[in-house]
Design a protein around this ligand. Sequence first.
Ligand SMILES: [Mn+2]
Length: 345
Amino acid sequence: MADQAFVTLATNDSYARGAMVLGKSLRNHNTSKKLVALIGPHVSEACQSVLKRIFDEVRVVDVMDSGDAAHLAMMKRPDLGVTFTKLHCWTLTHYSKCVFMDADTLVLSNIDELFDREELSAAPDPGWPDCFNSGVFVFCPSMETYGKLLQFCTEHGSFDGGDQGVLNGYFDTWATADISKHLPFIYNLSSIAIYTYLPAFKQYGGNAKVVHFLGKTKPWSYTFDPKAKQIAGSVHEATSHPTFLLDWWTLYSSTVVPMLQEQYGDQPFQSGCVESLPIHLIKIQYSEVVTCESQQFASQSSYAQALGPQLSSEERKQKWEQGQADYMGMDSFDNIKRKLDSFLK
Ligand SMILES: [Mn+2]
């Protein structure tokens, strides 16, 4: 149906990568719905281009700039900036029904049946099951609802400081009024919940349709070796299930990274993928290569932009020493070789 869509939101380049993987996972499972990405004004041109190849519609939402009710609301509640950006999904009135999905979710099978549900349908939050988790929800775009949500926001704020608090405050009969609006947990399986009730996960986890990488450490916070199919660094069992993390990285490295590579061309970028290069070769000149490289590049704004969230020289050194060099990106062999060549001249 042309008037139904999956909608996601990316406010920076990291979340944009999450959105790309989510979009790809929906396409891979043959969704018949449109795909929409709402993005913040700070998402780079390169990431926007890749998003446009995956999504039917990429819409920049700049609440600061909008001059509409959301801008007014934000002047009263500057703490809720990202929340107002997310609420923008209700303005997509060229669709009659949508399913919002966080950029840190991954689809494991076709979930088009969610469009049989009414607004507001969502799965319970693992931390407080009488609240719904706002990482996956069914809604009906409407300027009237949008206006009421903004008004609710400015009057009552958010009890958790984010969109989940606002939405649970507004749709406050969700817990009790209509069981058909409770999505089964398998439509929003938080990786956190796996270890709080492991026997249930063992029993039902195989039915999972959507995994949600809740919590501070997102899939893109790790690094990955595509050849060895291994997550680098310490994978804390409590924060995400390694199997789902591996699914995310496999999809990202095989389908998204090639598109990013095409966009960035010769410019180095942080893909998060690493290659297992002979370690003696890499360790050779850490201080010269890395420190000089970042100073040299700091003056080249295009390079700085290409990196997205820039690591400080210290953070980069730390990663390097932990064996998490970005060999496909800023620490690529070509960059290292260029630096070594400049020393040998
Ligand atoms: Mn999330």
